[in-house]
Design a protein around this ligand. Structure first.
Ligand SMILES: Nc1ncnc2c1ncn2[C@@H]1O[C@H](COP(=O)(O)OP(=O)(O)OP(=O)(O)O)[C@@H](O)[C@H]1O
Length: 257
């Protein structure tokens, strides 16, 4: 199962992606969670301790590794577009609560198709994770889709946008849907987070087609408490975890798991 979770900063995609990863891990599945966010913090939400997280350098920032694998350096502007990357998840991934975390970071592409070595490397790793690994792979990504190539998207089972009940968030969903279409992704699903009341629920149902809506997660102070203490929301909020469990069941049904 390969799931990409996107959304604007702060909507709760990390909370959702981390809880989903832990739910799959609890079923005994091999789970790899990839953090593809400039403001990478998936590790804390998975339950990693700060010391371990401080020791992790995002792959996009490992200049030597990128040079070694792509052949690019200040003297050589020509480099390979298909570097060897299949060993990277196991060499650089760290495990906690049954989930392997791989922090990829991100590369500023200015919205276009940049072909800098770091970007080539990230795209290749993501493609390798999605196309060749048997694990459940959950990717926490920012709202842009620059790191996805066509070959990758074909092997993705779910493409999920996390939104909040607000007009700007709905706009993000529409933008992602448009970008996704250009990449050949026909189905973009929505998880509405931080839903406070019946009015919020109504707003979401009015704006998001029923077939695209995977589910709703209600606003819950336990999630904020978990964050404040640097803990996994999964260990802190049974309510939110069970809402995400329901969403997971829907994902599993859609993909006949
Ligand atoms: N259902 C919820 N109820 C209350 N607070 C929530 C909920 N979901 C997320 N939050 C809080 O909102 C903040 C942002 O959540 P989170 O880090 O999961 O979002 P994000 O979209 O991954 O953001 P970023 O891209 O900046 O990392 C955190 O403080 C988190 O605790």
């Amino acid at each position: 199962m390969k799931i990409a979770v996107t959304g604007k900063g702060g909507v709760g995609k990390t909370t959702f992606a981390a809880t989903l990863a832990r739910l799959y891990a609890d079923e005994g599945k091999k789970v790899l969670a990839a953090d593809v966010d400039p403001d990478a913090n998936l590790g804390l939400a998975l339950g990693f301790d700060e010391e371990t997280l401080d020791s992790i350098i995002p792959i996009s920032k490992m200049r030597k590794l990128v040079e070694e694998r792509t052949g690019a350096n200040s003297q050589n502007q020509f480099y390979t577009l298909n570097p060897k990357v299949d060993d990277i998840p196991d060499t650089y991934g760290k495990v906690c609560n049954g989930v392997k975390l791989l922090v990829l970071g991100t590369v500023e592409t200015g919205g276009g198709g940049c072909v800098c070595p770091e970007h080539v490397m990230l795209k290749r790793i993501i493609s390798n994770l999605v196309v060749h690994r048997d694990d459940v792979v959950i990717m926490d990504m920012e709202a842009g889709l620059e790191h996805l190539g066509r070959g990758t998207t074909e092997s993705m089972d779910e493409f999920i946008v996390v939104i909040e009940p607000g007009a700007r968030s709905v706009q993000t969903y529409k933008n992602v849907k448009r970008l996704a279409k250009d990449l050949g992704i026909t189905q973009v699903k929505v998880v509405a987070n931080k839903v406070r009341n019946a009015e919020d629920e109504e707003f979401i149902r009015a704006k998001i087609p029923a077939e695209d809506l995977l589910g709703m997660i209600h606003y819950n102070v336990e999630v904020m408490d978990a964050d404040r203490q640097g803990k996994s929301p999964y260990d802190f909020s049974e309510t939110v975890t069970s809402e995400i469990r329901k969403i997971k069941e829907k994902i599993d049904n859609e993909n006949s798991l």
